[in-house]
Write a protein that binds this ligand. Structure first.
Ligand code: NAP
Ligand code: GCO
Length: 259
């Protein structure tokens, strides 16, 4: 028996038209799962469906905003009807705003918290009742280095991702007895459009990250596939409430010593 096999499982990955969500969903499909994703706009969903098809994957894509409870309960009902009960949820949809805290408006702060923290609460809440009925479920929250560390300009994002780490533990504590495992993945600095402004050639931040990462490189979205398949599969049935940092070693290191 292959403990990492996802055959017959339905996986919903939020905000998975491209980037980390797309790579994780592709990893799940390669392990046998049926892929469902949502995104905020129809053109993103269309692009996502085309990208999955190009990778040989028939994905089911829907438009839904993770911050809208009505849209999310309608989405989950539609998925259950058209595809099946969701076995695996990945709360991936997220945004970042890089603004010094004293220049950030409360509305901007709230928007980040709404998408990055309230969103996972709303989507998890919508899928857990059917997971309880089915007798199992896997929830993976995409956390961040900023679940552990602070840095200039990302106060709202760090507050949201720190909160998401605790939501992860709380779901594990509250629903573990129903054979639901909720874990997080904390990606390090990964090459996606979200980090494109930081990777511009000659940008000192680019060199800073490479120096800070023991692996001495930016992560690739594919680096997250194996860890995600593990946390979605039977192989992790007694792993609950953890955040698995996939960061090339950043959190293990104090940084390179001066020459
Ligand atoms: P991303 O640019 O953060 O995009 C995620 C997707 O979510 C996009 O398609 C986005 O649409 C969508 N989205 C935004 N708001 C939404 C909403 N309200 N409802 C539904 N979908 C929504 O891509 P990423 O860099 O691959 O990041 C994915 C996740 O990993 C995020 O949670 C991010 O914080 C986290 N993460 C990223 C890194 C990294 O280095 N890249 C590291 C650690 C953690 P739009 O394109 O319209 O915004
Ligand atoms: C930033 C980055 C980070 C990463 C990631 C780190 O501005 O510091 O964008 O927030 O995207 O979340 O794990």
């Amino acid at each position: 028996m292959n403990q990492f096999d996802l055959t017959g499982k339905v996986a919903l990955v939020t905000g998975a038209s491209y980037g980390i969500g797309f790579a994780i969903a592709t990893g799940f499909a390669n392990a046998g799962a049926t892929i469902v994703f949502n995104d905020i706009k129809q053109d993103l969903v269309d692009k996502g469906i085309a990208a999955y098809a190009a990778a040989g994957i028939k994905a089911h894509g829907y438009v839904a905003d993770v911050t809208n409870e009505d849209q999310i309960s309608a989405l989950v009902a539609q998925i259950e009807k058209e595809v099946g009960v969701i076995d695996i949820l990945v709360n991936n949809a997220g945004i970042i705003k890089r603004i010094p805290m004293i220049e950030m408006t409360a509305a901007e702060f709230r928007q980040v918290i709404d998408i990055d923290l309230n969103g996972p609460f709303i989507v998890s809440k919508a899928v857990i009742p059917s997971m309880i009925k089915k007798g199992h479920g896997k929830i993976i929250n995409i956390c961040s280095m900023m679940s552990e560390l602070g840095r200039e300009t990302v106060s709202a994002y760090a507050a949201a991702k720190g909160g998401l780490k605790m939501l992860t533990r709380n779901i594990a504590a509250e629903y573990g007895e129903y054979n639901i495992q909720c874990n997080g993945i904390g990606p390090g600095y990964i090459e996606t459009p979200q980090t494109a402004p930081l990777r511009v050639k000659g940008n000192a931040f680019n060199d800073f990250i490479i120096a800070k990462t023991p692996a001495a490189r930016w992560g690739k979205t594919e680096d997250l596939q194996g860890p995600a398949v593990f946390l979605a599969s039977d192989a992790s049935d007694f792993v609950n409430g953890h955040v698995l940092y996939v960061d090339g070693g950043i959190l293990a290191s104090i940084g390179k010593q001066p020459e």
